[in-house]
Design a protein around this ligand. Structure first.
Ligand code: SF4
Ligand code: SF4
Length: 96
């Protein structure tokens, strides 16, 4: 499946450890879980799409029906659950 335009759920729910322009790395995390990536524009598009600064994990993340659901609310719900399940100590979920 293709990424749903305007969704942006996987740029909000997961934590990211790889450096992202404009987001300071604090305790090994550049984007905390649940925090909107600063590179996500108002239309929920990545502003650094295709740029070398975009974390490799963002480029490699593949949309799937299970993750993306029918809409962004379903995707956020799934990804929030995944974040909690993989980060019992509240730190890094997705190794980005
Ligand atoms: S959750 Fe799926 S549809 Fe939404 S932004 Fe991520 S890859 Fe795209
Ligand atoms: S860098 Fe782009 S693709 Fe990666 S989380 Fe931020 S907005 Fe999303």
């Amino acid at each position: 499946m293709d990424c749903r335009p305007g969704c942006g759920a996987c740029c909000i729910a997961p934590s990211i450890s790889s450096p992202i322009p404009g987001m300071p790395v604090i305790n090994g995390i550049s984007k905390p879980a649940g925090v909107r990536c600063i590179q996500l524009d108002s239309a929920n598009r990545c502003q650094i799409f295709g740029h070398p600064e975009r974390p490799a994990v963002c480029s490699s993340l593949q949309p799937t029906p299970a993750m993306c659901g029918q809409d962004s609310a379903q995707a956020l719900h799934f990804l929030n659950q995944l974040e909690r399940a993989t980060q019992p100590d509240g730190h890094e979920a997705m190794t980005k």
